[in-house]
Design a protein around this ligand. Structure first.
Ligand code: SF4
Length: 415
């Protein structure tokens, strides 16, 4: 990480070896750059990095020329402290922080809250493709908080769309750049949808999906937007993918994350069908069952049932959501259940037993058929004995207390 705190008045507090750059770089810039967009000194600092850094943040309220930069996605770990600090000042930067942490749901919500809060000001400096301010400018936007910027939702949506364009047309840092595009696509689906720009939102979601084809959330945005554009009804639970969150699931609690475990062929543990909840809570090849049951991810999953976000669940395809079958938090059978009652009434996220196990820890199959595999799959002896050890250590102790056990080769079908 390179942090530059540069004081225009005194001129010299610079920490980077490229800092001694020729003064004429500033005067080489056209007057417009110097006058209207960024202080020439900031561009000079960026140029002095030797290449255009991936993230450039400007805090205009500290000093007009105060910037912090993360040169490359591989430097992001060291940049986390800066991001965390700056995220406290604006949800514009908090959205970026979540995006970089591969938390697109949280990112989209932060960006959306920023869009609709006229007092939370953020801005971005973007340059025209044919008028770069200096050679080697890669299109990454320069993000700013603490200065001026758009206030109205419609203008903030336009700014976010411009930021999306900039990240999409730039090159390099693909892992994090695509993660940012996914988060921005989700945020734009919500932001544009909320001001009635559904077709425009659909275009951005499609572009985000082309950058991040395995996105979990973008297909939900796509579905909700298509429903809206086709004048079909959009279930209330899906409104938050194209509009404000209507908290449709606040009053219900799905019992599965408190009672169930599903083990996939590669040992990953899920609370539900892995296609509906890809979020994993551990792996039996690395963690014990007690560790898995109360892992950080398991607790986050349960918390998402209690806060009503269901953020790890497929809102389009979950059969319980579609059929409106998730029990209410006030149902007697929920309140009288020792685990669910404690969770609902006291927010207790710990569990000490698994009641239902779907066991699919095995790829092997001596059948071949056109529906799922065209060849038989044979486990090698070593793999089998390793699997046997994991099963003996982690699964067998569970059996005496299970109420339901599904043995489901390779979890090929949901029970
Ligand atoms: S996807 Fe549906 S059934 Fe699965 S945990 Fe979420 S709400 Fe429950």
């Amino acid at each position: 990480m390179i942090v530059i705190q540069f004081d225009v008045e005194s001129g010299t507090r610079m920490s980077h070896p490229y800092a001694q750059m020729p003064a004429n770089v500033v005067s080489d810039l056209s007057p417009e750059w110097r006058r209207d967009l960024l202080p020439g000194d900031i561009l000079r600092r960026i140029y002095s990095n030797g290449f255009h850094p991936f993230i450039v943040l400007r805090r205009a309220d500290i000093h007009p020329a105060s910037v912090e930069i993360c040169p490359h996605q591989n430097d992001m770990e060291a940049f986390t402290t800066v991001l965390t600090d700056w995220a406290g000042h604006s949800r514009f930067i908090r959205g970026l922080q979540h995006a970089i942490k591969s938390e697109p749901y949280e990112a989209a919500f932060a960006f959306f809250d920023w869009i609709f809060d006229p007092e939370d000001i953020g801005n971005a400096y973007l340059y025209d493709q044919h008028e770069y301010p200096f050679p080697g400018y890669f299109d990454y936007p320069i993000l700013e908080v603490g200065g001026s910027g758009p206030i109205f939702a419609v203008d903030k949506v336009d700014l976010l769309a411009d930021v999306f364009d900039a990240y999409q047309k730039s090159k390099g840092n693909d892992r994090l750049r695509f993660a940012i595009l996914e988060a921005l696509g989700f945020a734009l689906s919500r932001g544009m949808g909320a001001i009635g720009q559904y077709t425009r939102a659909l275009e951005f979601v499609g572009r985000a999906l082309s950058a991040q084809p395995k996105s979990f959330y973008l297909p939900m945005c796509l579905y909700a937007l298509e429903q809206k554009i086709n004048a079909s009804s959009v279930p209330v639970r899906l409104e938050k993918f194209l509009n404000h969150d209507l908290h449709a699931l606040d009053s219900v609690v799905c019992p599965l994350p408190f009672t169930r475990l599903e083990i996939t062929p590669d040992g990953y543990a899920h609370v539900c069908c892995a296609s509906l909840v890809p979020y994993t809570i551990g792996n039996i090849e690395e963690n014990s069952i007690p560790q898995i049951m109360n892992s950080e991810n398991a607790r986050k999953m349960r918390a998402s049932m209690l806060d009503g976000s269901y953020r790890y669940c497929d809102h389009v395809n979950c059969p319980q959501m579609i059929r409106d079958k998730i029990p209410k938090k006030t149902d007697p059978e929920i309140l009288e259940d020792p685990v669910l009652g404690r969770a609902v009434m006291a927010g207790d996220l710990e569990i000490n037993e698994i009641r239902e196990l779907t066991f699919g820890y095995d790829w092997s199959c001596n059948l071949s058929c056109p529906s799922c595999r065209r060849e038989t799959i044979i486990d090698h002896h070593m793999q089998s004995s390793e699997r046997a050890n994991h099963i003996k250590q982690n699964i067998v102790p569970l059996l005496s207390r299970l109420r339901l056990l599904y043995i489901n080769n390779a979890v090929t079908a949901h029970p």
